[in-house]
Write a protein that binds this ligand. Structure first.
Ligand code: F6P
Length: 359
């Protein structure tokens, strides 16, 4: 009998179900006796023993369904070693649940924080496989995470819609794209949507350069400008602050503005006198069906994870490098963030054609 556990943790994204389907369909097609335990709402389910036994049928018809049939929650890694409100040792509880159910392995779908806890459970002696999900595409060791291209499609659609109205008005439009720490989603949606200015956390902006880019467009006869701004976009002055001061500044900004785009909007308005509109697609970027690319990626990652289980190879993240599925040791990738390099080819290509990054 092969008994496996499955859980989805952290913010959701579009292809979680497609990935689990890839794992379970591949196993049930190749293994005679299989038991699948689905832990509910992320690590919570593993800590408190909240699980459902699932059959292959539960994974039928979910390739195109967004969200996660298991539910998810955020359980910060830094709190994993802190006992819960009843004094329960969470790590110990997770290890006990695993052994009590006599699992052969645990397949964990999630982003960076989830991956760190997955590695911690590996260190505790559990057989773990991690599958990289996030619309942010910021997991080190894989070229692509599932969810990313589906979110790029949605953010691009938002910019496309803004484009038609922007061209009728002499205004500046800001579309705020998800991503607090990294700018992959903003960069790709910005390029795909034809944004004139793209602001990402990795390239701190100078508001004067943004005003110059808007003025330059005006001088060339374009009365409107579209900015794609990452949630984590940061000004040069702020980026230079020591950590503690930056934290204080961010807290003060959060009281004054709903999000960074409103701050940028106010600064642009003061400098240019132009009318500004802000659009925040927010969580729509994580919603709906996975795009075909993500369905294929998820199916491949899930199927390859099943192969690792059948080969009894544990302690890996299953990623994709140059189109080939690769297993990456968890101890190698856990805790590392994949940022956009400020001199990345995508940035150079965009700058060459006049897109401003506010630097
Ligand atoms: O999961 C990644 C992400 O979507 C980020 O892009 C975004 O900044 C954050 O999650 C939003 O988190 P929450 O769903 O907790 O508001």
């Amino acid at each position: 009998m092969l008994r496996i556990g499955l859980l989805t943790s952290g913010g959701d994204c579009q292809a979680l179900n497609a990935t689990m389907r890839g794992v379970v369909k591949s196993l049930s097609n190749n293994v005679k006796e299989l038991e699948v335990y689905g832990f509910m709402n992320g690590y919570k389910g593993l800590i408190y023993g909240d699980y459902r036994m699932l059959t292959a049928g539960d994974f039928s018809g979910i390739l195109t369904r967004g969200g996660t049939i298991l539910g998810t929650s955020r359980q910060p890694f830094k709190l994993m070693r802190v006992p819960d409100e009843n004094g329960l040792d969470k790590v110990d509880a997770m290890v006990q649940t695993y052994h009590k159910l006599r699992l052969e392995c645990l397949v964990i779908l999630g982003g960076n924080g989830t991956q760190k806890t997955a590695n911690l459970l590996r260190e505790e002696g559990l057989n773990i496989i991690h599958l990289p999900k996030t619309i942010d595409n910021d997991i080190w060791g894989t070229d692509m995470t599932f969810g990313f291209y589906s979110a790029v499609n949605i953010a691009t659609d938002a910019i496309d819609c803004i484009h038609t109205t922007a061209s009728s008005h002499q205004r500046v439009f800001i579309v705020e794209v998800m991503g607090h720490k990294v700018g992959w989603l903003t960069l790709y949606a910005g390029i795909a949507g034809g944004a004139d200015i793209i602001l990402i956390p990795e390239i701190p902006y100078d508001i004067n350069k943004i005003a110059e880019a808007i003025a330059k467009r005006k001088a060339h006869g374009s009365g409107f400008t579209i900015l794609a701004v990452a949630e984590g976009a940061i000004s040069r002055e702020d980026a230079e602050l020591p950590k503690k001061e930056l934290k204080k500044k961010m807290e003060a900004d959060a009281k004054q503005y709903p999000s960074v785009s409103y701050k940028v909007a106010q600064e642009i308005e003061q400098l240019t006198g132009m009318e500004i509109r802000v659009t925040v697609p927010g969580h729509t970027q994580r919603g709906g069906s996975p795009c075909p690319y993500d369905r294929v990626l998820s199916t491949r990652l899930g199927s390859s994870a099943a192969q690792l289980i059948m080969d009894k190879e544990y302690g890996y993240m299953v990623g994709i490098i140059n189109g080939r599925i690769k297993k990456v040791p968890l101890e190698e990738c856990a805790g590392k963030l994949k940022n956009v390099a400020p001199d990345a080819q995508e940035i150079q290509d965009a700058k060459r054609m006049g897109i401003s990054f506010g630097d």
